[in-house]
Design a protein. Structure first.
Length: 440
């Protein structure tokens, strides 16, 4: 490579696990990266909250004046790895307004402000890349935006949160309860001190919004995603799932659906569901992620790997950085935001799937028939019923009924569950889970 080739200036914002790994790779793989890009990368500075000599990098590279750093003339690409929505949003917009391409892993920001950021990138004629925002090292964004650009994607579904998958895998393999599995995940570093974003499905919902936006050429935000977490899953749910030949996974499902009125809509939803053991997602264990993409011509494709962690996420960030740097060298741009379809968001009540309903009931004759009648009134067809006794200290004190339905709308099932809760014979509806598998 000629010595007079102009370096591509890079600013990194954030020096946590991912940021530190990105900085290390830029330094240790400098020659390889330069050969792939066609020009060397020059690290111009690192934006941090605390400037100190103990950060593992030359202190002269550190600055807490982030907006000044991203505005510098010698910076061509900004890599944002700070995390929170603010001040990241302001820093990214400042960078884009100054003509810098941006690489980010900020799923929370993207799931609420993709349109604003994409428009700013379009105005400045620069790149906005975010492969690392969904499923860590697993390449999902680029296949959707490039490899399948000539195809019609009909569904994207999978396991996109490693913390919840670790917890559910532990409950499945050991029979432990949710609280114990969460404590184990926390001790091993898989769960944050405040795990709410993971266990209540917010993290997965943010990723679902990003995937749906790209797959269906429609702006989808996190607020458009129906969300349920895993905190109510019990060992009894797993026991029944096993009896049904299933596992339980927190799924993110994004799909293009056509209603009875002929209108195409986008559905994006996150919830724990029973998945048949014959489906590849059922065997994804530990903190691993997997995403299944279904397209009209390509058929079903599956992407599997490590969905979090410093090194895996840094791999995705570096892939984006190389692409953005190549474009800078060649004077070109990557794909811009595609939102031409502008499909409406489908209300959750329209979504049809199968259901598993578990309830505690009085142990007396006629209970099963009264329960079945409530399903029939709302045209929710029953596929299977399981009934077992409930004991306390060796004495039978009630019964547990598990109903598995055929496909029904969420609205019809919700009405049925409300009606069941009002029956004198039903002591309580313990669990309502969906069954997914044939469609994902």
């Amino acid at each position: 490579m000629s010595d007079d080739v102009k370096p591509v200036g890079v600013a990194v914002l954030g020096l946590g696990n991912v940021g530190s790994e990105v900085v290390r790779i830029i330094k240790d793989s400098a020659d390889d990266l330069a050969a792939r890009i066609g020009a060397p990368l020059a690290l111009r500075g690192i934006g941090v909250r605390r400037v100190a000599p103990d950060r593992g990098v030359p202190v002269e590279l550190l600055t807490d004046k982030v907006e000044e750093l991203v505005s510098r003339e010698d910076v061509d690409i900004v890599v944002e790895l700070m995390g929170p929505v603010e001040p990241s949003r302001k820093a990214i917009l400042t960078a884009l307004e100054h003509g810098k391409s941006v690489v980010t892993a900020n799923k929370a920001l993207l799931s609420t402000s993709t349109g604003e950021l994409a428009q700013a990138a379009e105005n400045a004629q620069v790149d906005l890349y975010f492969e690392a925002a969904v499923a860590g090292a697993i390449p999902v964004i680029r296949p959707l935006t490039q490899s399948l650009a000539g195809d019609t994607v009909v569904r994207v579904a999978g396991i996109v949160n490693g913390t919840t998958n670790y917890i559910l895998s532990a409950m499945d393999s050991t029979g432990t309860d949710y609280e114990s599995a969460l404590a184990d995940a926390s001790a091993l570093g898989y769960a944050e001190a405040d795990p709410t974003a993971d266990v209540e499905g917010y993290d997965a919902a943010a990723k679902a919004a990003i995937l749906a936006s790209i797959a269906f050429h429609t702006r989808v935000t996190a607020d458009d995603v129906y969300r349920e977490g895993i905190t109510k899953i019990t060992p009894a749910d797993f026991a029944t799932a096993h009896a049904l030949g299933c596992n339980i996974k927190l799924l993110s499902i994004c799909e293009r659906i056509t209603g009875d009125d002929g209108q195409e809509r986008v559905s994006a939803r996150v919830y724990p569901a029973l998945v048949p053991l014959t489906h590849p997602l059922a065997t994804v264990s530990g903190a691993f992620n997997a995403v299944v993409v279904e397209a009209e011509a390509a058929g079903r494709l599956m992407f599997y790997g490590q969905g979090a962690g410093g090194a895996p996420t840094a791999s995705a960030v570096l892939g984006d950085l190389v692409m953005a740097a190549r474009n800078r060298v060649l004077g070109s741009r990557g794909p811009k935001e595609s939102k031409y379809a502008q499909l409406p968001i489908a209300p959750m009540g329209l979504i049809s799937t199968r259901y598993y309903v578990s309830m505690n009931v009085a142990d007396r004759p006629g209970v099963l028939s009264s329960v079945a009648a409530e399903f029939a009134k709302r045209e929710v067809s029953i596929a299977e019923v399981r009934q077992e006794g409930v004991e306390d200290g060796g004495r039978r004190v009630g019964a547990r009924i598990v109903v598995v339905t055929h496909s029904a709308t969420d609205a019809a099932l919700s009405e049925t569950v409300d009606a069941l809760a009002d029956l004198d014979a039903v002591l309580g509806v313990a669990s309502v889970l969906r069954l997914e598998g044939s469609g994902i």
